[in-house]
Ligand binder design. Structure first.
Ligand code: HEM
Length: 253
């Protein structure tokens, strides 16, 4: 057994960006008023999360061994056996993801996609069911994150191994044959450039004064926060919703 590289730079940078954006988006949705322009950040962070998911999926196909998507699939029986063994048995060490972490990863990668879809459809249609589904997804994801952190604490105590450090340094103890040969700095650079460009784009498409966000993909403008003063309200409706880019151009004229 030696100290080997398990999580390369793309995975580590992805992890901390994802964790930061997820916690940020969740915190804003619960702590910031819907009338505050900063509330718009909640949706912008959601879009950036989806971009990270796309990158992670591509890295899961073409990237390093332990990041491969094929390692995220365990049967429910394997998950149950893993949890039982962790609680009552000696517990088993894994080099890559254990079944619990694999299920968590799959779920937490899928949720932002549905959150963004329901979120944008909700602000454009005002459908209450969508709003409920959107909230359920967010709260459910936070419960999963709580379990993730609990799982890491339990693993740390049980195996007397600071597993959290593996997401910082990238290393774990294991057989030399399972270690990665490279940290893949070029792929990590691609991630940093991609997320910086996406951040610049979404921020420049958002107007903090009016709450309008122009989505390049759908060609629609969405209102990402409710203005309190009633400006922009039509027929007594909240300033929440969508308009076509053509309408926006008409407004600009
Ligand atoms: C103190 C907080 C956290 C620590 C110490 C931590 C640590 C870790 C570690 C050690 C792993 C690898 C587990 C394994 O070996 O199988 C992992 C995976 C993961 N964590 Fe966290 N985590 C934290 C918070 C979060 C948060 C808030 C999120 C966001 C939702 C998150 C999302 C993920 C994801 C998506 C993976 C899978 C990474 C991948 O394969 O791409 N983590 N985390």
């Amino acid at each position: 057994m030696k100290k080997i590289l398990v999580w390369d730079l793309p995975i580590r940078i992805f992890h901390w960006l994802f964790a930061g954006l997820f916690v940020g988006s969740f915190a804003i949705s619960h702590l910031v008023s819907k009338h505050n322009p900063l509330f718009g950040l909640h949706a912008l962070f959601g879009i950036l999360l989806v971009i990270l998911v796309v990158y992670r999926v591509i890295w899961g196909i073409f990237g390093s061994e332990h990041a491969k998507l094929k390692h995220l699939f365990f049967s429910p029986a394997e998950l149950i056996a893993y949890v039982k063994d962790e609680i009552f048995g000696p517990g088993k060490k894994y080099i890559g993801h254990n079944p619990g972490a694999a299920y968590f990863t799959l779920a937490i990668l899928i949720i932002p996609i549905f959150s963004v879809l329901t979120g944008f459809n909700m602000v454009s249609s005002g459908t209450e069911t969508l709003e409920e589904v959107h909230e359920l997804l967010g709260n459910g994801a936070m419960v999963l994150v709580g379990l993730h952190v609990l799982g890491i604490l339990t693993y740390t105590l049980k195996h007397k191994e600071l597993i959290s450090l593996s997401m910082i340094k990238g290393t774990k103890m294991g057989p030399e044959s399972e270690g990665l040969k490279s940290s893949h700095p070029i792929a990590a650079l691609v991630l940093v450039v991609l997320i910086s460009a996406a951040t610049f784009k979404v921020f420049s498409n958002f107007n903090f004064q009016t709450g309008e966000f122009y989505c390049t993909l759908t060609g629609q403008t969405y209102f990402l926060f409710d203005k309190e003063d009633g400006e922009g309200k039509e027929n007594g409706q909240e300033n929440h919703g969508r308009k076509n880019h053509e309408d926006k151009e008409d407004d600009d004229d």
